[in-house]
Design a protein around this ligand. Sequence first.
Ligand code: ATR
Length: 305
Amino acid sequence: MNMNPEINGKTELCGVIGDPIGHSVSPALHDAAFRALGLDYAYVPFHVRRSDLPAALQGMRALNIRGLNVTIPHKVAIIPLLDEIDPPARQIGAVNVVLNGSGRLIGYNTDAQGFLHVLSEHGIEPQGKNIVVLGAGGAARAICFALASQGASLTILNRTVTTAQACAEDISQTFRLPLKVLDLNRKNLAYALHQASLLVNATSVGMLPAAGVSPVDRDLLGTHLTVMDIVYNPYKSKLLREAAQAGAKTINGLEMLVWQGALAFEIWTGHQPPIDVMRKAAAAALKRHCAANGQIAAAATAASQ
Ligand code: ATR
């Protein structure tokens, strides 16, 4: 393995902005990739509150930070603050990667492509399938657009139905496909899941520290479903544990995190991402994080996969 140089006057800086940010495994994932390729880069998590987002982007320019990942709650709010938006990110209406090109801040979306990589690795072909997405925030938008681009039939359920309607209207401007929007409640979930083959939780429900909840009652899950949760902390969310108990196939959110990170790495460095290195580093970081939270059993599972 190559070693990257110590931090010096030429080191390029990348990072992630979000609130909360303490749980992020992105620093470990990117640091491992920089080291594996011997790149003179460093990666730092930045805790940026909603009201500080404009100042944080000014700081990115002033400090000549090369690239940022963007996470909760900034993926949608960041758009008007950037100089340029890559067309797919503009269409999706959410940005999860920023590149600083000589002072011009350019927004990208790698969540959508990352999500499609994960589906493809699991042999899932969305074309013509009934797919249920929970949530209508930044991550959900990327997932819904990715699925729409592949010709899926979509049902979007969200706690705030107007947000889901706005997402559906934006999708309809580009794609002609069967598209339903419903309130996120038990009756609607029962109806939507009955006909579905894939369920994606793109809400933050079930994420630490509130890990004891699931957005879907266990009796609504069954062998006809593949269940994917973008929540990766805890490694097995309550939704994924109950889905497995109900005989459904499960896909962990860490897979999408790794892929969106790998695509971001390529944008910032121009190098092919070392995906296996990033995967192992993310699982190991999550293991450390889980152990620190007393979740040793969950951590052992994460590290062994
Ligand atoms: P991200 O950028 O990761 O998508 P976000 O834009 O803040 O984050 O979106 C969070 C999603 O989780 C939203 O769909 C949100 O629902 P609302 O639109 O109603 O806010 C959903 N969410 C968060 N907490 C929730 C809760 N306790 N119950 C149901 N949905 C929740």
